[in-house]
Design a protein around this ligand. Structure first.
Ligand code: PEP
Length: 241
């Protein structure tokens, strides 16, 4: 379960949210849980959650190792802050920051080289979905990473299928739409496909989480809005156990 706070919160609001999560946390026996705050709050969240089995992740990372890249944050820096995971290729960054498939692949490489677990997001636009081209888009996004990284490296990565039209819109992919893509992604990973964790992301809430988690090819969820509400977040974590 991965909570992506996006560009929300401040020290005071985060303290309230984290306190509520800590208070309602009873340990998740069968689910790995990760919270991804904005960069400036990573250290604070890591400190507050340090006694719990909740891990910390970042929302993006530089495709470069180090150097004259003003404003960028390297994978080594994230590892230094005890981050275990990093979201790569979120559709908001692909669209708004114009991150290319190649840049996303380079970020994946940087993350793994620093010992972080990349959470690689892929997903089609509404237009691609309506044209029946969704699998081609997923394939293109995956192939860009396969060009730089041996498929076996995905045993230490997480994939997230996030249809662009479902993220932050209140529209969720139907179970059969999600299953089709998740199965396709496994098939693209050859022999390790069955072992790679594939999350679904796109308007997952407490009321629809159980239905999605019941599907054999969905291993968890990437949560945006729902991760900003402690009760909702905890209920979804519970549904994933
Ligand atoms: C996301 O930001 O990755 C996401 C899935 O957002 P939401 O849950 O709000 O659709």
């Amino acid at each position: 379960m991965v909570g992506n706070w996006k560009m929300n919160g401040n020290l005071r609001e985060n303290a309230v949210l984290l306190k509520a999560i800590v208070a309602g946390w009873h340990g998740q026996r069968n689910a790995d849980v990760v919270i991804c705050p904005p960069f400036p709050y990573l250290a604070h969240a890591a400190t507050v959650l340090s006694g719990l089995d909740i891990m910390i992740g970042a929302q993006t990372v530089s495709e470069y190792e180090k150097g004259a890249y003003t404003g960028e944050v390297s994978a080594e820096m994230l590892a230094d802050l005890n981050c275990k995971f990093v979201i790569i290729g979120h559709n908001e960054r692909r669209r708004m920051q114009r991150e290319s498939d190649l840049q996303v692949a380079e970020k994946f490489v940087q993350a793994q080289q620093a010992g972080l677990i990349p959470i690689l997001c892929v997903g089609e636009s509404l237009e691609d979905r309506e044209k029946g081209m969704h699998l081609q888009t997923i394939s293109r996004q995956l192939d860009a990473v396969f060009d730089l990284v041996d498929k076996s490296m995905f045993s230490n990565a997480v994939l997230a299928y996030e249809p662009v039209w479902a993220v932050g819109t209140g529209k969720t992919a139907t179970p059969s739409q999600a299953e089709e893509v998740h199965k396709y992604m496994r098939s693209q990973l050859d022999e390790i496909g069955e072992d790679v964790r594939i999350l679904y992301g796109g308007s997952v809430k407490a009321h629809n989480a159980e239905q999605l988690f019941a599907l054999s090819d969905i291993d968890g969820a990437l949560l945006g809005g729902a991760s900003l509400d402690a009760d909702e977040f905890l209920a979804i974590c519970k549904a994933a156990e």
